[in-house]
Design a protein around this ligand. Structure first.
Ligand SMILES: Cc1ncc(COP(=O)(O)O)c(C=O)c1O
Length: 390
């Protein structure tokens, strides 16, 4: 069979660290082991039943079998504006300040292609969601990691960014509630960010994937709630986590009209928008009762309690996350994040995500997901206890 050489761009894409991990788990399962997978980030519950019902009726509508409008259905654009007004008191123009995305991941990968040229730098959180690294590779631009340190509440310290890097920086990615650390951002941090972005002519893209998931009664802040935010950036919101719609592939960007226009232009070339029935169901999710969302947050909070209490009971000194559905747990002395997660997989058949997979500053931690039944989280801790590490 003839093999075609891949493009230079494809060759410079970063390795998918977690794809390799997933392969190892599949091998362990195929060998007959009962692996408890706490390494993944896919919600384990279904989408709300009334949203699924809306998808079914919308799939019967003839108009949804035609190409959808290039820039999304008007009812969804308006539902997004209504959602931002209701949840955050933020006014959004549905026609100029919203772009519909095939998942937040797609939007995040598109942004550097929309706003940057070779030689420009994108500022990314470290540790951070690994898909942030794909867009810069495709756009052939550089990245500069902003360390998230526990002593700063896992917020970046902008004073650490060297002057020459700042000069070339065009786009900054932030993400709170944070994957992988579970940290939340304060209004003051966002206010500082807006000032910093104004001073250095940066566009801020706030990835609000875990926007609905704050614990102890704390509702996560939208970046756009702060005055001036729309001047300096956009927020990306996904239906994947709030409504358990990860497989539906639908999200949206809201904020600065010139950035929204840039996303819409690139998408005019790649796609012709998301299946209309999925858009109708997304509109239903955003504008109907949010009781299911509250119940989901309660469920994650219960699992969080079980995980943190259980870890403390076996002598593992860890902190509870403030939001997201991840816990960021320090590895015991004498281990790296990889050697510790290898040990857990080999000896306890428990998968956790090694921190190094999220960037250099993820070393010393593992990420544990709360998207598995509480009984399995407890069993995982029982198995870890048997290893007598702590
Ligand atoms: C921080 C963060 N951003 C974005 C995404 C991707 O969301 P979507 O399913 O909308 O592509 C994820 C998914 O795990 C995530 O953790």
């Amino acid at each position: 069979m003839k093999t075609y050489e891949h493009s230079d761009m494809l060759k410079q894409l970063p390795d998918q660290f977690f794809a390799i991990l997933a392969e190892r788990v599949q091998k362990a399962i195929a060998a007959g082991h009962d692996v408890i997978n706490l390494g993944q980030g896919s919600p384990d519950k279904p989408a709300p039943s009334h949203v699924i019902d809306r998808l079914k009726t919308a799939a019967e509508e003839d108009s949804n079998h035609r190409y959808p409008p290039f820039r999304g259905k008007q009812n969804l654009l308006e539902a997004i504006a209504e959602f931002y007004d209701r949840e955050y008191g933020v006014e959004i123009d549905p026609n100029t300040e919203v772009a519909i995305l095939f998942g937040a991941k797609a939007g995040l990968v598109e942004l550097p292609q929309c706003l940057m040229n070779p030689g420009d730098i994108m500022l990314v959180p470290d540790p951070g969601y690994p898909d942030y690294w794909s867009g810069p590779a495709i756009a052939n631009v550089d990245m500069h990691p902003m360390p998230l340190r526990p002593e700063n509440g896992f917020l970046p310290d902008y004073k650490e960014i060297p002057e020459d890097v700042l000069k070339a920086s065009k786009l900054m990615i932030l993400n709170y509630p944070n994957n992988p650390t579970g940290a939340m951002a304060s209004p003051e941090f966002f206010q500082d960010t807006i000032k910093f972005a104004e001073q250095h002519d940066l566009c801020v893209a706030h990835d609000f994937a875990y926007g609905a998931i704050g614990f102890d009664g704390n509702k996560p802040e939208s970046f756009l709630q702060q005055p001036g935010a729309k001047e300096v950036g956009v927020e990306i919101y996904t239906m994947s986590k709030t409504y358990n719609m990860a497989g539906w592939r639908i999200a949206f960007a809201v904020g600065n009209p010139s950035v929204i226009e840039a996303i819409n232009i690139i998408q005019d070339h790649y796609y012709c928008s998301v299946f209309g029935a999925v858009q109708d169901a997304a509109a239903e999710a955003l504008t109907s009762s949010q009781k299911g969302v509250d119940e989901l947050v309660d469920l994650y909070e219960e699992r969080r309690e079980a995980l943190i209490k259980g870890a403390h009971a076996i002598g593992w000194d860890v902190d509870a996350p403030e939001g997201s559905f991840f816990a960021w747990l320090k590895v015991p002395e004498g281990y790296t994040s990889e050697s510790f997660s290898d040990l857990l997989l080999e000896e306890a058949k428990v998968l956790v995500a090694p921190g190094i997979g999220f960037g250099k500053h993820g070393e010393g931690y593992v990420r544990v997901g709360l998207v598995t039944e509480q009984s399995r989280i407890e069993e995982a801790l029982d198995r870890i206890k048997q290893l007598h590490i702590f």
